[in-house]
Ligand binder design. Structure first.
Ligand SMILES: C[S@@+](CC[C@H](N)C(=O)[O-])C[C@H]1O[C@@H](n2cnc3c(N)ncnc32)[C@H](O)[C@@H]1O
Ligand code: SF4
Length: 460
């Protein structure tokens, strides 16, 4: 650790200790102190913080205060240091420097599949082509994962998420990586069924791992898609985490079948009752030959989720991320290394978890070389794929855009079971894209964005 980083860690530690004594009283004092030191540099943020801290009725006031109540203090400190300071402040500076130096995207986060193995067989899973029940189980070794993280840190990336397969099939290596990279924040999309007391004790020890447990609604919807008994196992996992004051979130895939439940107030309240601090929403994507296109949400259903998530942000203490519809806040598509990329269990470096095409393998190229490869550069040049950031995706919302990038870059399908032709995949999204376009344009204009700009640049 460099001298200035040591000082920063010390100050952060002291500040966090001070807050934890009495967050209600000490957080506003700390805010005044920070304002006095950073003055103008902090003014935009300071307005947001005042709104939250000065008003006990503000829903985010409750959310922030409850963090100190519900989460182990050392875990909270580590999360703040790794996620906020390392990944989002100092990391961001480094990423920016390398973006300028190399002229390519540099990601804030990397999604890694340590394994293709999975103990469940969820209907329409995008990873089904990789999973072990199809007899082609793959793993990235500890050394490979460690090397990716080392390379990422060189570029300023300090946030690593796991997917799969079921990442917790590789519990021991996941904990080992948390220890080896104690300055990084780790998270995992997990079906939750493998979380037990011993693993939770390890999480509490390393402090830098947060699970996002996949749930499809209440018991009937979850067990319909994830198999009988899964919901009860998830509730057991949640109880184990709560008993140790460990933070966790939920991941929801909304489909034509469960969207009414996922977007309901009762379900949001359920997640808050469980103690979840965040929820990630994904719309169903018809990726892979085993996909079930009937599960794709209609334009009305996608608009319903848009409205529900935004409404509950004002009233419910749950931090929500809507992977497609939040393109509005992220400036469109975040994949291709612009903010994140995906590496599957075969070591293929893909632009996104939902885009199973690649021209780079971790066994042949460095992370930086992959970011400079034709496919990732095509992403960089094409982004944003639409001026309406509520239509961010080159597959779901602008299907021709993905097909063109894959064709021109010479990328190949990475589906290990049944390679999928990009034109056939794009065709599955054509109707959804056409139906969503006028709805999204209406929502975009209604939220105050420029209507004329929409016509200027539409890649689809
Ligand atoms: C593929 S899973 C892998 C991690 C882990 N096994 C789990 O179930 O969370 C990651 C996330 O993708 C979601 N998912 C699976 N198939 C999907 C699809 N076709 N479209 C959108 N999301 C999907 C799952 O619900 C889960 O939240
Ligand atoms: S969604 Fe997750 S748990 Fe379900 S089959 Fe896919 S990888 Fe396995």
């Amino acid at each position: 650790m460099k001298a200035n980083e040591k000082i920063q860690a010390f100050v952060l530690n002291q500040a966090m200790n001070y807050i934890s004594g009495n967050p209600e009283k000490n957080l506003p004092k700390l805010l005044t102190w920070v304002e006095n030191i950073w003055g103008d540099d902090f003014s935009a943020m300071s307005e947001v913080f005042h709104k939250i801290l000065d008003d006990p009725e503000n829903i985010w006031h409750q959310f922030v205060m409850e963090l100190w109540q519900d989460i182990d203090n050392d875990v909270l400190k580590t999360t703040f240091s790794n996620f906020v300071v390392n990944a989002s402040i100092t990391g961001e500076r480094k990423q920016e420097e390398y973006r300028a130096k190399y002229g390519c995207n540099v990601p804030w986060a990397i999604l890694l599949d340590p394994t293709s193995a999975c103990n469940l067989e969820c209907i329409g899973c995008w990873a089904a082509g990789y999973c072990n029940h199809h007899s082609n189980q793959l793993n990235m070794s500890y050394e490979t994962l460690d090397s990716i993280i080392r390379q990422g840190k060189e570029l300023g990336t300090y946030f690593y998420l796991y997917s799969g397969g079921e990442p917790l099939v590789r519990k021991a290596d996941i904990i080992r990586l948390c220890e080896a990279h104690s300055d990084c924040q780790f998270a995992a999309f997990t079906n939750g069924t493998l979380i037990d007391e011993a693993f939770a004790d390890e999480m509490l020890r390393v402090k830098n791992f947060i699970p996002a447990i996949s749930v499809e609604g209440f018991e009937a919807d979850t067990d319909f898609r994830r198999g009988q008994g899964t919901f009860k196992k998830v509730e057991r996992a949640i109880a184990i985490l709560k008993a140790r004051r460990l933070p966790f979130g939920i991941s929801c895939c909304y489909t034509s079948k469960n969207v009414d439940v996922i977007g309901s107030e009762a379900y949001f309240d359920q997640m808050i009752d469980w103690g979840a601090k965040f929820c990630w929403f994904f719309t169903y994507m018809p990726v892979g030959q085993g996909a079930v296109p009937e599960l794709m949400a209609t334009d009305e259903q996608r608009a319903f989720m848009y409205h529900q998530i935004r409404k509950f942000r004002e009233t419910k203490p749950l931090f929500t991320l809507d992977f497609w519809n939040d393109g509005e806040y992220a400036g469109g598509c975040i994949a291709g290394g612009r903010r994140y990329l995906h590496i599957n269990a075969n070591g293929d470096m893909e632009p996104c978890a939902f885009i199973h095409y690649s021209d780079s393998s971790v066994y042949e190229k460095t992370l930086l070389e992959a970011l400079q490869s034709p496919l990732f550069m095509a992403y960089k040049e094409g982004q944003p794929f639409n001026n309406n950031h509520l239509r961010p995706c080159p597959l779901l919302d602008n299907p021709g855009a993905l097909a063109r990038m894959v064709e021109r870059s010479g990328a190949r399908s990475t589906d290990l079971q049944d390679p999928e032709d990009v034109f056939e995949l794009s065709a599955k999204c054509k109707n959804a894209a056409e139906n969503w376009a006028p709805v999204a344009d209406g929502l975009w204009e209604a939220s105050g964005h420029c209507a004329e700009c929409l016509a200027k640049r539409q890649v689809a």
